[in-house]
Every structure is written in structure tokens, then in C-alpha cells.
Design a protein around this ligand. Sequence first.
Ligand code: GLY
Length: 315
Amino acid sequence: MIVVSTANGTAGIREAMAVLRDGGSALDAVEAGTRRVELNARDHTVGLGGLPNILGEVRLDASIMDGHTLRAGAVGSVRGILHAVTLARRVMEQSPHVLLVADGAERFAREIGMAEQDLLTEQAAARWRERLANRQPPVDPDGIAGRDRLLELVGDARDSMRGWDPAGTDAPHGTVNFLALDGGGNLASAVSTSGYPWGYPGRLGDSPIIGAGGYADNRWGAAASTGTGEVVLRTLTTRSVVLYLRTGMTLDQAMRAALSDLGALNDPLAGHVAVIALTPSGRHAGYAYRSGEHYVYLDGAMAEPEIAAMVQMRL
Ligand code: GLY
């Protein structure tokens, strides 16, 4: 048994492994690990404390997939539900659907009794206000909802990325990924994010799209991605990793092939993508176009998680 996560999953990887050690499923483990990160207000890419869209609304996306049944659930652009990953799992288990978004997802959350809360922390709100105040001319955050045009404030993602610190927590690539392999040989994936900071209302990234943000199939492997979803959506990167594994490629070959597909888009946004993967035999890997990326893993024989460097790809 093993759990693999993005570096920000360090906050939840022990909980995920505790689930497996108690005999829980891979699906239970990835949900537990993700929930812990969603609670971490210091992580501005996920759940509580997540950075808002251009209107100052925190909107969450999440997905979960069971590699045994290939069932999946996802939610997009959800307000006020801290544990978006659990809502995604409930969509999978208690609705006839795979993906619910916005008002419908929030309504479903209320119907199944999930508590609502304000997810915009003072710190995240301050960063949003600062972002608007630093524009020329400055934008009054209190009047933004009444503006006719928001597009000029969001701009093209490629332009707006020039000012980002790629290592900063407000860079447009924050997401948490969890993959797990349980004692019964089952794989699962979970992804949760507050999405693209200061993005256009209604924007969805890769995280809630099965096969883009995450995918799991007991027969071949599981994968999950972080980074700018605008490119991952165009190559369905995590499904690609699993399909490349199915062709008989090694894990490293499959990762290189899937990342190369991203690179072939010839889009600078691919430079912000990182992918982790786990095979049915417990082999794991992380590949990234971002420099200095790491991921974390913890197997059943280890007392503490270990950090591993991702293999860096070049555009
Ligand atoms: N990968 C997260 C997003 O693009 O929203």
C-alpha cells in the first residue's frame, strides 16, 4: 500500500496512510488526505483560504475516481462547501451523474446535508484587494460586481502569468493531488483546487474533468495533474498517462509521452504543469515542466513521508 501526493499533500498524507493501515480503501485514503489539505487555510490553492476569482468569490473544483469500478464524481465552481472532494464523492455515490457545477452542485450539497461556510479568509481577500488596487487604473473591489466588463481585468492567461512568481502560492497552478494503492490492489485518485486565482467567473480548469485532472484504473495505473488546466484540458493528460501504460510503456516512458503531448501544444502554459502517477505494482513518478518540483510518497513500511524530486521536462 502506498499514497502519493503533490508536495502540498504533505499536510494530509499521514491521514491517508492511516486510512489504508486501518484497512480502508484507496478511495477512502485519497479523500481523507485531500480533506486535510482543504482544511489548511495557509494553502491558498485549495479549499479554505483558496484565492478567489476576479469577483472575489472562492469557487472550488474537485474530482475523485475509483480505479476498481471506474466510477467517478466531480464538482466545479462550487461556493461555500469546504470539502469539495467529499462533495465529488457524494456525486459519484448518491447521484446518477458524474459532474455537477455551480448552483446545482451547491443545491445538491445542501440536499445531502453538507454544511456551508465562508471560505474567503482575510488573507486571501487582502491579496485579491491588493491585486485590484495595483492595477492601472486601480479597481475598487467593492464595485466590481457592478462592472460591465471583467475580461480586461482577467486578461489573457499567458500575459497575466508574466507577473507571477512561479514558486509563489498565488501562481496559477495550485491544486492538491492524491493517488493511493490499497492492500487489495485498488487504485484511486483525488484532486481539489480553488482554481485559477482572479480568473473569469465560470472558469473551470482540469481538476474536475475526469481524464484531465485525474484518472485511475486498477489495471494500468493512476495519475493526477497540477498546473494551468487550460493546457491539460486539451491533451487529457492523466488519461493519456494511463493509456500509454496500457500500451506496455514503462512508467517513465508513459510520463514522458504524456508530457510531450503537452509540450507539443507549443503553449507556454504547459510550462506550469506537473503530473504524478502510480502503477498497480506501487511504482510512482512525478514529471514537471516547472523547475524544482517535488512530490511526496508514503508506503506501508515507512514511518514518515519522503519527498522526491520530479523529473524536469523542457519545452
Ligand atoms: N489545475 C488547476 C486548475 O487549472 O484549475
